[in-house]
Design a binder for this molecule. Structure first.
Ligand SMILES: Cc1cc2nc3c(=O)[nH]c(=O)nc-3n(C[C@H](O)[C@H](O)[C@H](O)COP(=O)(O)OP(=O)(O)OC[C@H]3O[C@@H](n4cnc5c(N)ncnc54)[C@H](O)[C@@H]3O)c2cc1C
Length: 429
């Protein structure tokens, strides 16, 4: 087994891992990136559509172009890259981190470092997670796998296609399948609202007249060797029996039914996971429940825009630099999801500087207000023109806000910040 040593090792060479690595290296740390694929860039490499980089670069880039920018950002920095290497285990030994990676070229390599950044992205939920009755024929793919087959391997997964789930990957694949000559017979969404961002509903479905069936679900899969069709039914509502079920013949079923952070090795290392995000619980400096292990990007919580993933990774990289130079995290307040909020990341508020938070709404509607309260006292209120679960919301909160600093001058002992979304009753979903 080979041995090597760095200040910090990043697991995953997607947008988040590369952004965190660049930030740490610019700050003077010795950094390695370990990536299991042969090339850097992560999921971006298979996303050949545009729509990336509007916030970070003020330009509309394709996924591979965005990846190239991230890779170019490493130029002149001393980041050591290990591609084709999979990390299988992390351990802590007397305050240092040990990490084991395996590659065909180098065999087993043991990395010793002071900090690890988890940036492994996420994986797709599959048919097993849905539990739809019916036969088990071929022709059923996750949307991301179909995207990889079409965009990287140049294959055609099928000709008559149904898509389950209106998440962004499913929407983008509806358009992509149409472009390769397949007929997309419909997108089936169980929720009463789309799961993907509005831009993708317009550009990927409406522009191609692809029907979107909201509040519908597939109830049976047919086919012997290859899938031959699916039954679709409206979901039962409080009013009683579902009616209006119909059958769609198809030879391909694409599932876009959610992403789950890739947390197998994190779990083995004792990293505590968040019940809502499925990723690690992190404090204000993106440190997990294991000292010295940090997390950012899709492994922490699923991002709809890569720009946010890169931004978060840079904050994480900065926090690792502070940790490596022994800067104390100081006191931190707990941050919780209140009314209409599914989760808030990070889960702690540092009582120094500006804190940036990311959250997901549980409601859809216009004219919402974001409210942050400390011990019942409002410390932040912001108007949001439109909220929906698929569009991540971010906001900044400074530690020197009057209402927060007065907690000390008045001797208050509140420890929890609560983030909620309020929406006028008539406009709520
Ligand atoms: C289909 C699709 C369409 C999208 N469309 C858009 C869009 O139009 N606009 C936009 O802004 N954003 C879009 N996004 C979101 C954006 O692409 C992602 O949020 C972002 O790229 C995630 O980056 P990441 O580094 O966190 O994860 P990833 O890119 O998934 O990178 C994680 C990396 O970790 C590696 N890895 C995992 N486990 C290990 C291990 N054990 N050892 C070594 N390496 C490991 C993986 O191989 C992977 O390369 C889209 C995402 C998808 C999936």
């Amino acid at each position: 087994m080979k041995h090597t040593e760095f200040d910090a090792v990043v697991i995953g060479g997607g947008a988040s891992g590369l952004s965190a690595a660049a930030e740490m290296s610019r700050g003077g740390a010795s950094v390695a990136v370990v990536e299991r694929e042969e090339t850097l860039g992560g999921i971006l490499n298979q996303c050949i559509h545009n729509g990336f980089g509007l916030h970070q670069y003020n330009e509309e880039l394709t996924g591979p172009e965005y990846a190239e920018r991230c890779i170019r950002d490493l130029d002149g920095l001393s980041v050591k890259v290990f591609t084709g290497m999979t990390v299988t285990l992390m351990e802590t030994e007397e305050g240092t981190q040990l990490l084991y990676g395996f590659s065909r070229e180098s065999g087993m390599v043991r990395f010793r470092c002071r900090a690890i950044v988890l940036a492994m992205g996420c994986r797709e939920r599959n048919r097993g997670n849905l539990g739809t009755p019916g036969t088990r024929p071929s022709g059923i793919f996750t949307a991301g796998l179909a995207q990889r087959l079409v965009n990287i391997d140049g294959m055609v997964p099928g000709r008559e296609c149904v898509i389950v789930g209106s998440g962004d990957i499913g929407l983008i694949m509806a358009r992509r399948m149409t472009w390769i000559g397949a007929r997309v017979r419909g997108v089936i969404e169980i929720q009463p609202y789309p799961a993907g961002i509005t831009r993708n509903i317009v550009q990927c479905l409406r522009d191609f007249d692809i029907p979107l069936y909201l509040s519908h679900s597939i109830t049976r899969i047919y086919g012997k060797d290859r899938i031959s069709g699916v039954d679709v039914a409206p979901v039962r509502n409080a009013g009683g029996e579902a009616s209006g079920a119909f059958h769609i013949p198809c030879d391909t079923l694409l599932l876009s039914v959610g992403l789950v952070p890739e947390n197998e090795i994190s779990r083995k290392a004792g990293v505590r996971l968040h019940p809502e995000t499925g990723g690690p619980v992190v404090d204000a400096r993106y440190m997990t429940s294991v000292t010295g292990i940090f997390a950012c990007g899709n492994v922490l919580h699923v991002h709809d825009l890569v720009d946010y993933a890169s931004e978060e990774a840079r904050h994480c990289g900065q926090a690792v630099l502070d940790y490596l130079s022994g800067v104390s995290a100081g006191e931190q307040l707990r941050v919780g999801a209140g009314r209409n909020v599914k989760y808030v990341v990070p889960g702690r508020f540092a009582l120094t500087g500006k804190n940036r938070f990311y959250l997901r709404s549980m409601i859809t509607g216009t004219g919402a207000r974001l409210c942050v309260r400390l011990g019942g006292i409002e410390v932040l209120r912001r108007k949001l023109p439109y909220v929906q679960p698929s569009e991540m919301i971010s906001f900044d909160l400074a530690a020197d806000e009057d209402a927060i600093s007065s907690r000390f001058t008045t001797g208050g002992d509140e420890t929890d910040l609560e983030v909620s979304l309020e929406i006028p009753e008539k406009e709520g979903a």
